[in-house]
Write a protein that binds this ligand. Structure first.
Ligand code: ADP
Length: 190
């Protein structure tokens, strides 16, 4: 299996690049942000709880997202592989993902990290907020909070995957095609 963790701060372009990667490699896309937003749209009890945190730029509790991912990995037994987008976001989530994949006799192949500086991220997110309708993209304080959450809780995962020899940083600035070529360049090395 080809199991990729697509990593990077909010606004790095994970969603866009995931769409292209799943098409090229026939992978199943699991985006915790998308799954949570659909729970919010459907007004499920999970969605209503999650919304309060998401609107403040805070992370949803680990056990909630871990259960969401487990259910979807289980539901896709015949997948050629997965792209994990926006997950794991904490060390606890990364450990849970390793455990889960081990039970399925597979593992993470690599982490691909899109690298973009903070000023560029804020510009991109505010632009996205104009047409995406995502409430968390429309307010500068919420965006800053998400970047702070990323730096304190998620960025340390770089070490987690570096220690496993799986970390690959990729420059996330340029055209969509240029960035896609950089990502596929790393994947083709495997
Ligand atoms: P972005 O990468 O643009 O911040 P996402 O769509 O990945 O956005 O996530 C939106 C929000 O959903 C996050 O700010 C957070 O509140 C919640 N969320 C998404 N994935 C996770 C996760 N793995 N763990 C905890 N919270 C998450």
């Amino acid at each position: 299996m080809l199991n990729i963790v697509l990593f990077g701060p909010p606004g790095a372009g994970k969603g866009t690049q995931s769409t292209n990667l799943i098409e090229k490699y026939q992978l199943v896309h699991l985006s915790t942000g998308d799954i949570l937003r659909s729970e919010v749209a459907n007004k499920t009890s999970l969605g209503l709880e999650a919304k309060k945190l998401m609107d403040q730029g805070l992370l949803v509790p680990d056990d909630v997202v871990i259960r969401m991912i487990e259910a979807r990995v289980d539901a896709n037994r015949n997948a050629k592989g997965f792209i994990f987008d926006g997950f794991p976001r904490t060390t606890k989530q990364a450990e849970a993902l390793d455990e889960l994949l081990k039970k399925k006799h597979t593992s993470i192949t690599m982490m691909l990290a899109l690298e973009v500086d903070d000023a560029e991220l804020i510009t991109r997110l505010l632009n996205r907020g104009k047409d995406s309708g995502r409430p968390d993209d429309q307010n500068k304080e919420v965006i800053s909070k998400r970047i702070m959450e990323y730096n304190s809780k998620t960025a340390p995962l770089k070490n987690y995957y570096t220690e496993q020899g799986k970390f690959h940083g990729v420059k996330g600035v340029g055209t969509i095609e240029e960035i896609f070529d950089r990502l596929t360049g790393v994947i083709e090395m495997y």
